[in-house]
Design a protein. Structure first.
Length: 316
């Protein structure tokens, strides 16, 4: 089993986003039009912030799953680590959902199908509160270890699970630790997905060519990921808060002259802890205190990027 902590030491991580008016199902597949002045963002926003909220707790393997606890021989059941993950659906997600309601922010929730199956009421509540459900695989198995057939089945099963439980079929995808395969984009496109986030090469959305058709990329960041900072770098809440603010300040300055997007990532069992939730809420308030800052779900960012002539096109 792959260990995220080992990947962190090599440089690993994950993401976050949000607002949107329309109904979940309509906004999921609808598009947004640019006006004659062709702004960087809808309503002439200067900076868009995208928050990812991972719903993973309960999908982890029964033994050998990464956690802050000392590792034990995988032949033994790791009950303590299991309880650490349970915090994600018992406390973490409910706390984050209430906070996003307070701040009137909508996010994208990358859902592991197995976690959705174990906690259907919570997954449905995420969508009922206006957040976007996105694919994150059906199980904890890394996509890069799969054959093409296994990969396709994983995405099909994940989409079917999420749609059955929440009523919305996902059109966005996030691979395990951002690592898909050479066939990932083609498989996603064939299955009706319109964007993925497993690219950290830009601070704005862009389009790539998949079988002579545009496919949207809503980039991720590693350094704004709660796992990377809290569990990999052992940041204090104050250190992470300072990084969030500095990241925002630079992108907000740049946003006056070019399209800029800030990506933040929160995991159910990590960012949902009381002190860490407050760091995220304080950051949201700080960002909202600036003019022309908006939070968008990733599906809405992708749809806007697809329709905008300003969008960077790679290989198209």
């Amino acid at each position: 089993m792959i260990d995220r902590r080992e990947l962190l030491m090599a440089g690993g991580a994950l993401a976050f986003a949000a607002p949107v008016p329309a109904s979940q199902q309509t906004a999921q597949r609808g598009t947004m039009q640019t006006n004659n002045t062709d702004p960087f963002w809808p309503d002439k926003a200067r900076l868009v912030i995208s928050i990812s909220m991972q719903m993973e707790a309960g999908a982890q393997p029964g033994s050998g799953a990464e956690s802050p606890l000392p590792r034990i021989d995988p032949k033994y059941p790791d009950v303590a680590a299991t309880k650490w993950y349970e915090y994600g659906f018992k406390e973490g997600l409910p706390r984050l959902l209430d906070m996003f309601d307070r701040r009137k922010v909508k996010v994208t929730s990358h859902m592991v199908g197995a976690a959705v199956e174990k906690h259907p009421a919570l997954a449905k509540e995420v969508v009922q509160r206006g957040h976007e459900p996105a694919g994150h695989g059906q199980t904890w198995t890394p996509q890069y270890s799969m054959t093409s057939e296994q990969e396709r089945k994983s995405y099909t099963d994940s989409a079917s699970t999420i749609e059955r439980v929440t009523g919305v079929r996902p059109v966005g995808f996030n691979a395990f630790w951002l690592r898909g395969t050479l066939q990932t984009l083609q498989i996603l496109q064939e299955l009706g997905y319109t964007y993925y986030i497993d690219d950290v090469s830009r601070d704005e959305p862009f389009l790539v060519n998949v079988r002579n058709k545009p496919f949207a990329v809503v980039p991720y960041t590693l350094h704004m990921n709660d796992i990377v900072n809290y569990e990999g770098r052992y940041f204090s809440t104050d250190a992470y808060a300072a990084d969030l603010k500095r990241e925002f300040d630079v992108l907000y300055e740049e946003g006056e002259h070019r399209r800029r997007m800030m990506s933040v990532s929160a995991h159910d069992r990590i960012a949902g802890r009381p002190a860490r939730m407050r760091v995220l809420e304080d950051f949201i308030q700080y960002a909202q205190s600036h003019p022309a800052v908006t939070f968008m779900r990733k599906v809405d960012i992708a749809n806007y990027a697809i329709t905008s002539p300003r969008t960077v096109r790679e290989g198209i």
